[in-house]
Design a protein around this ligand. Structure first.
Ligand code: GTP
Ligand code: MG
Length: 252
């Protein structure tokens, strides 16, 4: 079972324009700092946060309990001009978990409701024995050589976005999520997805849009260790000159 938490800024839309629109650069700084802050706090408990839309972030939080979530909310309230609400859900696939996490929070009121503040809505938490996280670190082959060093920066960015869209479209059908994590890298919480299914998806996208990916897969009872193993899987593929498409990393 994988546990996911939705982290949502309370009443953010109205706040950004009250009493008059706030400088965009200031909002960007707030969002970036909040993301780094929340990431640092979840990371101490081996969680992993994805910035998603910044005002809504999704995190894999196996092993992180009610008190841990509450302490993060309190710390943010004490230091920021905004507060955050959270929803927590568990499921066999990440899609299912985030869906439940979203629903339990939605039941407590809207994101732009001034009545809803600092809600912590927990549908369920994974227990130690059932805790399982599978992560795929997916990366584009040869971005530096083919694009970064040769075409305008914006064109590379556009291409990476296109790759993301295609990957998301296929992965969501299998209950897996995909997040951009910088550069040419994506992280996919993907409990329930087999290495063969992932390989088929990568090959299909290569045929469709000519972009070739590779993926390291890691498994653990928490997000941090699963993501780290996924990184090591990617390194194994690079050492073999990218001949392999998917490598499931196993500790020897
Ligand atoms: N977030 C994150 N970003 C990374 C990671 N590795 C590389 N990057 C970023 O991705 C960019 C491209 O790096 P690579 O994917 O190693 O380079 P490449 O040219 O695509 O080469 P190959 O992937 O080995 O084919 C780097 O410049 C970094 O910005 C990682 O593990 N995590
Ligand atoms: Mg790459």
């Amino acid at each position: 079972m994988i546990q996911m938490s939705l982290i949502q800024i309370d009443n953010y839309g109205p706040w950004t324009v009250t009493p008059t629109p706030r400088n965009e650069s200031d909002l960007q700084i707030l969002q970036a700092e909040l993301y780094a802050d929340v990431q640092r706090q979840f990371a101490t408990k081996k969680g992993l946060v994805f910035f998603t839309r910044f005002d809504n972030m999704l995190a894999v939080t196996n092993g992180i309990n009610r008190e841990d979530h509450f302490r993060i909310q309190r710390s943010i309230r004490n230091r920021y001009p905004i507060t955050i609400s959270m929803g927590v859900g568990t499921g066999k696939t990440p899609y299912e978990s985030q869906k439940i996490a979203t629903q339990v929070l939605q039941e407590k009121g809207g994101a732009q409701s001034s009545d809803r503040k600092e809600i912590l809505a927990i549908d369920s938490l994974v227990n130690k024995e059932d805790s399982y996280v599978q992560m795929a670190h997916i990366d584009i082959n040869g971005v530096t050589e083919s694009l970064t060093d040769n075409v305008p920066a914006f064109d590379t960015n556009f291409m990476v976005n296109k790759a993301q869209h295609y990957l998301m479209t296929e992965l969501i059908k299998k209950g897996a999520l995909l997040f951009f994590i910088g550069g040419d890298n994506f992280m996919s919480p993907c409990n329930g997805l087999s290495p063969k299914q992932l390989k088929d998806i990568i090959e299909k996208i290569h045929k469709e849009i000519g972009i070739k990916h590779k993926a390291g897969v890691g498994r653990s009872d928490n997000a941090e260790d699963a993501a780290y193993s996924a990184d090591l899987g990617l390194e194994v593929i690079r050492q073999g000159n990218n001949k392999e498409i998917v490598h499931v990393f196993k500790d020897e």
